[in-house]
Structure formats: structure tokens, C-alpha cells
Design a binder for this molecule. Structure first.
Ligand code: SR1
Ligand code: MG
Length: 413
């Protein structure tokens, strides 16, 4: 692996496009406006638009974690994992991702459609916008990846080759550490409001919880069911309103993609809905919005299940029976609920937090964070007896009501 490559700047992007045969002609570089807009934790992102309104987006992996700096080196080869994730989606669900123009493995640059006018879903949720139908699209996305990249659709030898090809150890290590380990121990990467200390202390002292988080980490590390996105939070989804006022979505950023548990992506989505919902509750958003948020996880799950059942009819190998599918869906749901708890917890305690909670004023910040932590803990511990999204909803309602009535401490009682 070479880390000796030229990092793009807004000034060099036009020259790069002209020098790259597959990109030449997509935009008129003589009139190109370029802005670096990367606000994620890892990469540079250049959005480019010419005078005719044609666009392109270039994403370049830095050889380190952008959020932290050069002190945390990270393989720029992650761009290949992202290209793999985009290619898989392009094959089975092109309407759910930006048009993918290809990857440059030497400069570690991905080129894709510039979604002009689209915005990151997290920000829109923070501001109270309702993009209807987006939650269902994420379920459809997860189902297509789960089916088409797994033994449900592919020959077993092909799957084994793909598992090996898609190995993504450095990125998985980040998830293993940041999601499953660090929040539950003292670690320099952690930080949280002082008012949350009793809640954090309680979860660290909860042996049953720690055991269940260990089980979920083990599943993440060993359960190579299908290619997964690996980081499917609401910041990995771009949205716009359609002319009839519905929402449309494109999933981006699958650089954490590898063969893992299907419930992980769904759990990441549910964990982020939890943060969005806690924000809405403490800000006392209109009932129409909070009720819509409350239904998102069900909408994602229903779409996932419906798409899996539709695709199931096309499976080539009848080893996989209908009763197997029923049992597998039950397992995926329980995995997803557990992963949701872990993904939500890390965003409160660990490195790389979310604006849903971070931009809240005090004391609302601590209230929302406590709602997330209290709910997450009960989801992780209770998931094996949960057979519906409604059961997760009951937990959030109980915890959030208690926190509003009795304060942050109620999240651990
Ligand atoms: C050090 S990277 C931190 C986080 O950014 C990405 O978006 C992933 O969520 C990762 O865990
Ligand atoms: Mg990302």
C-alpha cells in the first residue's frame, strides 16, 4: 500500500478530471466550480458543477482519519471497499445510490454523481423535515444487499470468494473498538456531559449488558452473512423532496462494507432514528413530526421484510425454505435491535458523535442523551424477547417519559 499520492485540492480537481479518461466530458472543466464539502470523519469530498449545471462529486480517501488528523493513520484502500459497496448496489438497486463513475485505486478517488440540491438526511431530520418513504428505501436497500450478495442468491463458492475479497480489517477494527468496546470502558476517545456520568457508570457496571455487547461484537466479527454497508447512519443518506412532496433517497459512503451480519445495517438505522427521536421529544416538536419519527423503524423493517419475501421467490436453492426465512427474519430483527443499541450508545459516549444530540442546548442535551442510553441498554439486554419493532417502541416511550418526569437518573432505574 502506498500512502505517497497527491491529495486533491479544489484548484487541482479540474486538471485531475481532464487527466482521467473515464471522467473527461462529464463536466465542462473550463467553467467548473469546485468546493470541498467533506464534513464526515474520514475523507475529502469535492462537489463540482459547471456553467451548464452538470456535476460530478469526487471523494478522496486521506491516509489518516480526518476527524483526528495524521496521528491516526488509516488505509486509503478503503476507497476500494466503498467502490465494492457502490458496485453491488448499482447492480441490484441503482435507484438507491448516486450514479457511480468509477474508482482510481492509485489516487484513492471515487467519482460519482453530484446530487445537486440533495442534502444529508440527518440535518433534515434535525430541522424537522419529513421525507416520507425514505425509511422504506433503506429497508429495500438492506434487503437487496442481503439477498443478492449471500448464499440466498449465489453459489456457495462464489460467496466464499466474495467474503475474502471484501475483507476490510482496518475499517472493521474502527467499528469493533468505537462501537463495541470503548464506550463501555474508560478510554481517551470517550467524552460526555458530566450530568450523564451516573448513567454511563451504571452501564459500565452492568455485567449482563457487557456480556450482551460482547455477544454482539462477536457476531459483528464472525457472522459473514452478506455484504453490508457497514456504516448506514442517517448521515450516509442523501435526500430530496420529489415534486409531489414525498422523499427520495440515495445511500452513500459504504467504505466500511464487508461481509457481516445483515442486522448490523438495520440496527445502525434504528439507532440513528433513536437519536433523532430523542431530539424531537426534548425539543417538543409537533406531534405530526414525532409520530412520523416513531414510525420510521417499523417502515424500514416492513420494507426490508417485504423485499426479502419478494426476492425469496427467486432463490435458486430450495434448501432455503419459507420456514427458514421466517426464522432468519426473527434472528435478523433481534440482531438489529441489539446493534441499534450499540450504535446509539457509541454516538453518546464515544468518538464521532451525532449532531442530533450534540447541537441540543442544555439541559435538553443531557435529557436526550439519557433517553438514548437508557433505551439502548434495554434494547441490547431485552432483544432476545423482542419479536417486533413495537416492543422497541414501548421501551423508548417508557424511558423517555421517565427522563422527562424525573431527570437523567431515571434512565438507569
Ligand atoms: C474514526 S472514524 C469514526 C466514525 O466515522 C465513521 O462515520 C464511522 O461511523 C466511524 O465509526
Ligand atoms: Mg461515512
Amino acid at each position: 500500500m502506498s500512502n505517497d499520492y497527491e491529495i486533491l485540492t479544489p484548484e487541482t480537481v479540474s486538471e485531475y478530471i481532464e487527466a482521467t479518461e473515464s471522467l473527461r466530458g462529464i463536466v465542462d472543466t473550463s467553467t467548473l466550480e469546485v468546493a470541498e464539502v467533506g464534513d464526515g470523519n474520514l475523507n475529502l469530498v469535492f462537489v463540482c458543477r459547471d456553467a451548464d449545471g452538470n456535476g460530478i462529486c469526487l471523494k478522496q480517501s486521506l491516509p489518516y482519519v480526518r476527524l483526528v488528523g495524521e496521528a491516526w493513520p488509516l488505509t486509503p484502500e478503503r476507497v476500494i471497499a466503498e467502490a465494492r459497496g457502490l458496485s453491488a448496489a448499482a447492480a441490484f438497486m441503482p435507484h438507491l445510490i448516486p450514479v457511480f463513475y468509477g474508482v482510481d485505486p492509485e489516487r484513492h478517488v471515487l467519482a460519482m454523481e453530484n446530487l445537486i440540491g440533495w442534502e444529508i438526511w440527518r440535518g433534515k431530520l434535525n430541522d424537522g423535515y419529513m421525507h416520507t418513504g425514505v425509511a422504506a428505501m433503506l429497508g429495500e436497500y438492506a434487503a437487496n444487499l442481503a439477498f443478492h450478495t449471500s448464499v440466498f442468491a449465489l453459489d456457495q463458492m462464489e460467496v466464499k470468494e466474495k467474503v475474502a475479497e471484501a475483507i476490510n480489517p482496518e475499517l472493521c477494527r474502527i467499528t469493533e473498538d468505537l462501537v463495541f468496546t470503548e464506550p463501555y470502558i474508560e478510554h481517551d476517545n470517550n467524552s460526555f456531559a458530566q450530568e450523564l456520568a451516573p448513567v454511563v457508570d451504571a452501564l459500565r457496571a452492568d455485567d449482563v449488558l457487557r456480556g450482551e455487547v460482547g455477544m454482539l461484537k462477536y457476531a459483528f466479527m464472525t457472522k459473514a452473512e452478506a455484504l453490508i454497508h457497514g456504516d448506514l447512519h442517517t448521515g450516509s443518506v442523501m435526500v430530496e423532496f420529489t415534486d409531489d412532496g414525498e422523499g427520495d433517497a440515495r445511500v452513500i459512503d459504504p467504505e466500511f462494507a464487508f461481509y457481516g451480519p445483515v442486522g448490523f445495517d438495520l440496527g445502525a438505522v434504528f439507532g440513528n432514528y433513536l437519536a433523532a427521536r430523542a431530539r424531537a421529544v426534548v425539543l417538543d416538536r409537533p406531534a405530526e413530526f414525532t409520530e412520523w419519527l416513531a414510525g420510521l423503524a417499523q417502515e424500514t423493517w416492513d420494507a426490508f421484510e417485504a423485499e426479502m419475501r419478494r426476492l425469496w421467490a427467486t432463490r435458486p436453492d430450495e434448501t432455503w425454505t419459507d420456514s427458514f426465512l421466517d426464522a432468519w427474519l426473527g434472528q435478523v430483527l433481534q440482531d438489529a435491535i441489539g446493534f441499534a443499541g450499540c450504535k446509539a450508545t457509541r454516538r453518546i459516549i464515544g468518538l464521532a458523535k451525532v449532531s442530533d444530540i450534540e447541537t441540543l442546548p442544555r439541559p435538553e442535551h443531557s435529557q436526550a442523551a439519557a433517553m438514548v442510553l437508557g433505551t439502548a441498554r434495554l434494547w441490547i439486554k431485552g432483544r432476545k424477547s423482542m419479536d417486533s419493532i413495537a416492543a422497541t417502541d414501548d421501551v423508548f416511550i417508557a424511558v423517555s417519559t421517565a427522563v422527562l418526569a424525573d431527570g437523567v437518573q431515571a434512565a438507569v432505574e
